[in-house]
Design a protein around this ligand. Structure first.
Ligand code: NAP
Ligand code: MG
Length: 498
């Protein structure tokens, strides 16, 4: 069957020469260099974006600095900032078809995920943050007077931290941009955003909509470019007050070092290697598809990927067979095909990385139960893969693969401390899940696992209203929810001797 035709808006967008937004103007990189954008389902170049570097970051930071220090944005009435964020959400929805199609072509994600999860969630995030500017409150604090007879008024003000550098990954491009811009704009910060070079196109559409919404020039600047040049310049820049990063743990460490120069604030959302734990009494009609979906969603290029599957001995074979059954049934193909469950990996580099893990599993003694190889067609497709008989020593169990691979391990104990020990045997701590009908066990175990989000009979159900982030090497700080605002606010204490 031929793929559905692209909308005229998408065709027009793809035909444009893409530029970056700095200080309200669309500009090429100062160097004139560009980066090819590849459709991972076809391996075809579908456009180029400017290869911004330190020179462009300098200009963008200067624009954001000016917009913060002397522009209207931080002083704007909160209800007006709220209105503009709400408008941005409306514009995302009005352009949903184009944005969804561009996201699929750029990133490869299947339509049945992109349709539900790209624009609807990004718009929802903007609306969530539109609710905040009017509710950012300080406290009045009763303090002890320095001497008898003196009266003191002490209160706190929550002030925007300033110019924020934001760096996003390619796995969920539009959502990442929305979840970064939302709290920064709600609090009155100004932004220089560097999207991942592998999938930067929807960030550029968002930049157009930011302008159309009427958000003042210089408040949001988008510089496309490589992490090693543009990203590094942004994180080291002395005029940037805060960096918010989502990406790999290794790059997170580099960013931390770069930020040390002016001790800018840093928040990090990093990798994961999440435990998915199934007890014998679990409802397997839900747990088995849940395990398959958690591992293979977005081709496993998902920080919440349920990549360590711990199954009780009594049901181990049944679960592994069931998850493997889903893996074999899933339809692999281009994201634009509405029937596709598994799209391509993002790039040829990611394909070789994941292929390395697919080869390492059996070499280290894991049993291949489903998948295990590249799909013989154009595009960066690999089969959803299930390994059984895995253990803590194996590379496939220790490292984040960021591909559609799950590693099943058997457990044979009712001791919750022992189960928690297995789950916690990782450098990461982003999410985890427990599948059982016994809620006492579920809540006791949820308290013992070191992860930012624990699911009970669900996995990775992240929602913008609730905090999200990592323990251990999965990150610093919490995005989403009220806590995300703290990442973008300074607290000032004002004391008056009355
Ligand atoms: P990545 O390689 O760490 O890249 C993330 C971003 O950092 C990209 O924009 C990248 O630029 C940039 N970057 C690379 N080197 C840099 C440097 N030296 N200085 C500043 N910026 C630099 O990660 P990825 O491969 O795009 O994404 C996958 C990773 O993200 C996985 O580990 C995954 O778990 C993590 N992730 C975490 C969450 C979460 O919420 N915790 C969510 C999604 C993904 P380029 O454009 O050059 O790539
Ligand atoms: Mg990268």
């Amino acid at each position: 069957m031929p793929l559905p035709a692209l909308s005229p808006d998408t065709t027009d967008f793809l035909a444009e020469k893409h530029l970056m937004l700095i200080d309200g103007k669309w500009v090429p990189a100062a160097s004139g260099k560009t980066i090819d954008i590849v459709n991972p389902a076809t391996e075809e170049v579908i456009g180029t974006v400017p290869a911004g570097d330190a020179a462009d970051i300098d200009k963008a930071v200067a624009a954001a600095r000016k917009a913060f220090d002397t522009g209207p944005w931080p002083k704007m009435p909160p209800s007006e900032r709220a209105r503009l964020l709400w408008k941005l959400a409306d514009l995302l929805e009005q352009n949903a078809q184009q944005i969804t199609e561009v996201e699929i072509l750029d990133n490869g994600m299947p339509l049945n995920h992109a349709g539900r999860m790209a624009v609807p969630l990004a718009a929802n995030m903007c609306r969530y943050y539109a609710g905040w500017p009017t509710k950012i409150l300080g406290d009045t604090i009763p303090v002890d007077p320095p001497m008898p007879g003196v009266e003191v008024l002490t209160y706190t003000r929550k002030e925007p931290v300033g110019v924020v550098g934001q760096i996003t990954p390619w796995n969920y491009p539009l959502g990442m941009v929305a979840m970064k811009l939302g709290p920064a704009l709600a609090t009155g910060c100004t932004v220089v955003l560097k999207p991942a070079e592998q999938a930067p196109l929807t960030a550029l559409i968002v930049a157009e909509l930011v302008q159309e919404a009427g958000i003042p020039d210089g408040v949001v600047n988008v510089v496309t470019g490589y992490g090693e040049t543009a990203g590094a310049a942004l994180t080291a820049h002395p005029d940037v007050d805060k960096v918010a990063f989502t990406g790999s743990t290794d790059v997170g460490r580099i960013i931390l070092r770069a930020a040390a120069g002016n001790l800018k604030k840093v928040s990090l959302e990093l990798g994961g290697k999440s435990p998915f734990i199934i007890f014998p009494d679990a409802d397997l009609e839900r747990a088995i598809p849940g395990a398959a979906f958690s591992a293979f969603f977005l081709q496993g290029q998902n920080c919440m990927c349920g990549s360590r599957l711990f199954v009780h001995k009594q049901i181990f074979d049944k679960v592994v067979e069931g998850v493997a059954g889903f893996a074999k049934m899933m339809k692999i193909g281009p994201g634009l095909d509405p029937e596709t469950n598994i799209g391509p990996l993002i790039s040829s580099e990611q394909l070789s990385r994941v292929s390395g893990f697919l080869a390492a599993g059996p070499k280290e003694g894991a049993t291949l139960v489903a998948g295990g190889k590249r799909v013989d067609r154009k595009g960066y497709f690999v089969e959803p893969t299930v390994f059984a008989n895995t253990n803590r020593e194996m590379k496939v169990v220790r490292e984040e693969i960021f591909g559609p691979v799950t590693c099943a391990q058997m457990f044979d104990t009712d001791d919750l401390d022992a189960v928690a020990k297995l789950a916690n045997d990782t450098a990461f701590g982003l999410v985890g899940s427990i599948w059982t009908k016994n809620l006492a066990i579920a809540h006791k175990l949820a308290a013992r696992i070191k992860a930012g989000t624990m699911g009970i009979n669900t996995h990775g159900m992240a929602d913008i209203n609730a905090p999200f982030g990592g323990y251990k090497q999965s990150g610093w700080g919490r995005e989403f929810g009220k806590e995300s605002l703290d990442l973008y606010l300074e607290t000032k204490t004002v004391v008056q001797h009355m």
